[in-house]
Design a protein around this ligand. Sequence first.
Ligand SMILES: Nc1nc2c(ncn2[C@@H]2O[C@H](COP(=O)(O)OP(=O)(O)OP(=O)(O)O)[C@@H](O)[C@H]2O)c(=O)[nH]1
Length: 406
Amino acid sequence: MNSSLLTIPARRRRLSDEMEDPDEGLSRFQPAARLTMLRYLQDLHEAETPLDAVPPQYHTGRLPNSKSGDGKPRLLLMGQRRSGKSSISSVVFHKLPPSETLYIEATTRVKKESMHSFMDFQVWDFPGHVDYFDPAFDTENIFEEIGALIWVIDAQDEYIDAIMRLHKTILNLQQHYPAINVEVFVHKVDGLSDDFRQDTFRDIIQRVQDDLSDAGFENAPVSFYQTSIYDHSIFEAFSKVIQKLIPQLPTLEALLNSLCLSCRIEKAYLFDVLSKIYIATDTSPTDIGNYELCSDYIDVIVDVSEIYGWDRPEGEAGEEEYGESGNQDAESLITMEKKGNNYLYLREINKSVFQRPESASMADPKQSRYLALICLMGEDSSAEKKALIDYNVGVFQEALKQVFPR
Ligand SMILES: Nc1nc2c(ncn2[C@@H]2O[C@H](COP(=O)(O)OP(=O)(O)OP(=O)(O)O)[C@@H](O)[C@H]2O)c(=O)[nH]1
């Protein structure tokens, strides 16, 4: 990560006008950003490569409970019967239209699926009626390598039993696998009025936390989300669950923060295009509306590429002409769209094509998977600055390759 980001000059003017003591204002920025800003305040036209480059430091973590540390987490979907587990898995990972989940049959045995996306992980869908801690089950096999346990509660149904089972499960996990993240999806909230939805959500959180503190577990790693397959909330919740499993997340966030600061981007997301899960975003507040906008935008881009895109197999004539080597290298697509006074910017990053395993149910056996950077920009970052934004995104892309290799 030796390249520096270029910053938009207007920002320099504005900051220097505002600040009486520039150093005081600059202390708000991270050291690398401060260096770039200083160069601008000192009237340098371009931010150059720092002379004494700090060696890159990557966050290298392991999955909270992985013995092998092979980075293939397992997500367990558990909860009462008919709470919506199979529907969630089908909608998020198989793109089943939500209305078709009405015809999904009850799960009778554990359904294990491997997902091949920006990272490989497994989703295990459990039947609602089984007792996971029954001696007949190999508990160790189920829980030893998991990334997160997703507990689905049907918010439209009576939930006292579901909470009791969840409580029992958390107590068991706390004894043997205390690092497992428990993610509670308060599901099917689409059918509830706004007030009732908030009351139900608060009530469930309160009951779970009271039960846990009565049992002496004040700080168990339990998080709560309101979800529905009929809107984007299920994707947003899954994004947050998956982000916790990415050891490089702090580095990715820092890179996105730095990009936003340099290009005056309002919000930047790094999306996995296949699943529409975002694996990182900058640390400014998130808004579901922004997620929806980006998610719809991905749909448009995917549709257009399916119609007008083509495969370029390795060794095809004319390859050199385009400077490509098959589909190995990342190929970028840049689009600017004007929406009111806002822009959306998408760039394809880290593309590769893989052969879908025969067991997988998606129709297309050959599927491209890639990350896309999507940025929301306001009036400040006009299309005239696009060259600068392209350059900075290129630097970001290079840094990403080092941090998050595919
Ligand atoms: N309104 C609404 N209905 C949902 C939602 N998610 C799932 N459902 C419905 O809930 C019903 C049960 O869904 P399933 O996915 O079969 O439930 P399950 O938890 O897998 O059930 P078991 O296999 O018996 O454990 C289906 O009719 C779905 O259409 C949601 O977000 N909102």
